[in-house]
Design a protein around this ligand. Structure first.
Ligand code: GAL
Length: 694
């Protein structure tokens, strides 16, 4: 990341406001109500292109000037968005080749949004022009604190199969592979007679007869992420060269639902001054992953992508959304806990889509701070109460989150695992990492979700969850961390393939055989619903699903074995002592309870040597009551530290009250005490001075 720094003095509390949807006479009352709700920050312009440039040669900034000036007079900070997410209709009609072509070769019709091909030169030229004009006009506007490029790049147009895209793909492939022989090697085109004589013969991997070449598809996904990233770079560079000084961001879509997403944000993060994320909980929260565990995942991933720095929550929903099958409102108190959950995990901003609920269009039933009912509504009242609370948290801004564990995550590996030719389509790329993340949470351990290439030296516990594809160098690096004292937990289906998706031979798990001291020669995935019993004296009973292997133990200690299933008596969990640490292999998919038992055993190994804050009793914090509430998934405890102080966020998502020994001042209430008592849905942010904290 380079460029301007984002140094807010308070938690930015705000969201998208679309003055173009309202008569100008309504603006002042809307802004007064928003200010009364504690809103500090307004995102402006996201879908305003058609109003700013109603015809090819007509520009109309006067209304935008008035909106911006009014926001400034009323004391709001403005996140100024380039309006490039949706081009005006006249543009798309004049440049039909700019519209997206789907994998069936159908050019998509207008009438929705984001219908532009990422490679389209027409789109790029026009997007760049409106961006330039905006920056030239508002670079020095005193209200602008942040530039917001485009909106959720790739949300609906991550792939385009048009001829322009195919040509751009070929150019990208030339850059990556240099020669056609090298491409043929990397893609394994000896298989199925797929050999290419020249780059010109290669097409986009659109619909075909049956399975596509997985390496071609993986390169395509890399290319698609790269192509949209170029749009981010283009707009950012245009902003800068037109004089924009405020930091630049764009809203990523991380941790939403169970899919990995189409864009490699580890790379994208290099192009923004501050990482922003949009997050929407999915489902009702009564199923497997509870709502706050979804928030925790998104927060830990956002922070990992931001390399530990504070990040910006650009969008979440004040209450219900409008795009799930059934869209419920948030329960009383849910918004407060979700927001504090994001802040606990490093967000220094908490913004919404949207501030005023639309009365027309596809999102008219999406919630807003000011809903259809107006300010006489529970959502407005709760958002206002939250605004008052966030104002008490200014001293937390800029601090970092304490995490002793890291979960290794790589979008490329996840994409490769999504290929339908894997040993089991029931193993989805996010299954293992999400289960491990939830289990760590239920031990009270905060984990950073980080790219394998990151420096991992500070972490005591490293989890490598079904990291199918990785570099040759990773195993040696992990071995080094283990030697220095880390415990490394590698699961099944890790280290299998190299960066070209070519399988490592000699036995599974490929790259990690030596590190782990185990080997297997075949996978035996399980049919849905089949549960294999397993266990060991240190971890109790485990329920293994989805995956088994007949593990041959060469240089490791067996910690747990299968009791039945295809390999009764074979190892399912092993540990090899490595220097001052250890390397574990977990050969099956476990539920959260099983994962928790395994990670508690790993944590005990660490405790015996060097206490890991979240895994060991600290300052009397982890009483039985607290440990049980954390284990149920009710209590969330996360610490941010900075400037010699620590702030513990204690959030009770359960229905039972819980007492937590946290001496200090609760910023939310201003009360000092030794113990905080959290009722159902209760929250506290307790400040303590910490010796040694930085
Ligand atoms: C986001 C998008 C917003 C709005 C919101 C609804 O994906 O950026 O414009 O559509 O979802 O939840």
């Amino acid at each position: 990341m380079a460029g301007a720094r984002w140094n807010p003095e308070r938690i930015a509390y705000g969201g998208d406001w679309s003055p173009e949807q309202w008569p100008e006479a309504d603006w002042p009352a809307q802004l007064t109500a928003l200010r009364d709700a504690g809103i500090t920050t307004v995102t402006l312009g996201v879908f305003a292109w058609a109003r700013l440039q109603p015809h090819p040669d007509v520009w109309d900034f006067a209304w935008f000037d008035r909106a911006l000036d009014l926001l400034h007079r009323e004391g709001f900070d403005v996140v100024l968005a380039t309006p490039t997410a949706s081009p005006p209709v006249w543009f798309s009609r004049a440049h039909p080749s700019s519209r997206v072509v789907d994998r069936d070769g159908v050019r998509l019709e207008l009438g929705s949004r984001q219908n532009w091909c990422p490679s389209s030169p027409d789109y790029r030229r026009h997007a760049s022009e409106v961006t330039r004009r905006l920056a030239e006009r508002y670079a020095d506007h005193p209200a602008v604190v942040l530039w917001h490029v485009n909106n959720e790049l790739g949300c609906h147009n991550a792939e385009c199969f048009c001829e322009v895209s195919a040509e751009a793909f070929r150019t990208w492939l030339r850059g990556r592979h240099e020669t056609i022989d090298e491409l043929n090697r990397a893609w394994g085109t000896a298989f199925w007679s797929q050999r290419y004589g020249s780059f010109d013969e290669i097409g986009a991997p659109a619909r075909s007869t049956t399975f596509l070449n997985p390496a071609q598809v993986l390169d395509w996904r890399r290319f698609c992420s790269h192509e949209l990233r170029r749009v981010l770079q283009l707009e950012r560079d245009t902003l800068r060269s037109a004089g924009a000084k405020a930091p630049v961001t764009t809203n990523f879509m991380m941790g939403m639902g169970h899919a990995p997403g189409a864009l490699d944000y580890h790379q994208w993060a290099q192009d923004v001054d501050v990482v922003s994320n949009d997050h929407y909980e999915v489902g009702w929260g009564d199923d497997e992953a509870r709502l706050h565990e979804q928030v925790a995942w998104a927060g830990d991933l956002s922070r990992g992508v931001a390399e530990g720095r504070p990040w910006f929550l650009m969008e979440h929903a004040p209450s219900g959304v409008n795009w799930q099958r059934v869209n419920r409102s948030r329960r009383p108190g849910e918004l407060r806990l979700a927001t504090l959950g994001h802040v606990a995990r490093g967000a220094d901003a908490a913004c919404f889509f949207q501030l005023v609920q639309s009365v027309a269009g596809a999102e008219k039933f999406h919630s807003a701070v000011i809903p259809h009912a107006g300010t006489q509504s529970r959502t407005y009242r709760e958002a206002s109460a939250l605004g008052r609370e966030l104002a008490t948290l200014s001293e937390v801004v800029g601090s970092t989150v304490e995490a002793s564990a890291a979960l290794l995550f790589d979008w490329e590996s996840a994409w490769a695992m999504q290929d339908p030719t894997m040993p089991s389509n029931d193993l989805q790329p996010m299954d293992t990492i999400r289960a491990a993340h939830r289990a760590l949470g239920r031990l009270g351990t905060t984990a950073d979700v980080v790219h394998p290439d990151r420096d991992l030296a500070g972490y005591r516990l490293l989890v490598v969850p079904s990291l199918y594809l990785c570099d040759d160098a990773l195993a040696a690096r992990l071995e080094g961390y283990a030697r220095a004292g880390a415990e490394v937990v590698v699961t099944f289906f890790s280290g299998i393939a190299d960066r070209d998706d070519r399988v490592r031979t000699g036995g599974y798990p490929g790259a990690f055989r030596g590190l782990l001291g185990v080997r297997s020669d075949a996978f035996t995935p399980l049919l849905p619903g089949i549960v294999v019993r397993a266990g060991g004296s240190d971890v109790g009973e485990l329920a293994a699903r989805t995956w088994t292997e007949e593990v041959e133990v060469r240089d490791a200690v067996v910690v747990a074995r299968y009791d039945d299933g295809p390999w009764p008596g074979a190892a399912v969990l092993t540990r090899r002592a490595v220097g001052r640490g250890g390397a574990w292999y977990l050969a099956s998919q476990l539920d959260v309870a099983g994962w928790r038992a395994v990670l508690a055993r790993v944590g005990a190994e660490l405790d015996a040597r060097t206490p890991v804050p979240e895994l060991s009793p600290r300052d009397g914090l982890l009483t039985d009551e607290v440990v049980e509430a954390i284990a149920r998934g009710d209590l969330e405890l996360v610490r941010r530290t900075g400037s010699g102080r620590a702030w513990t966020f204690a959030l009770n998502h359960g229905t039972d009250p819980v007492r937590v020994r946290l001496p200090g001042e609760d910023l939310l209430t201003g009360r000092c005490a030794q113990v905080v008592e959290l009722g159902a849905g209760g929250a506290a942010v307790v400040r303590a001075e910490v010796a040694g904290a930085v």
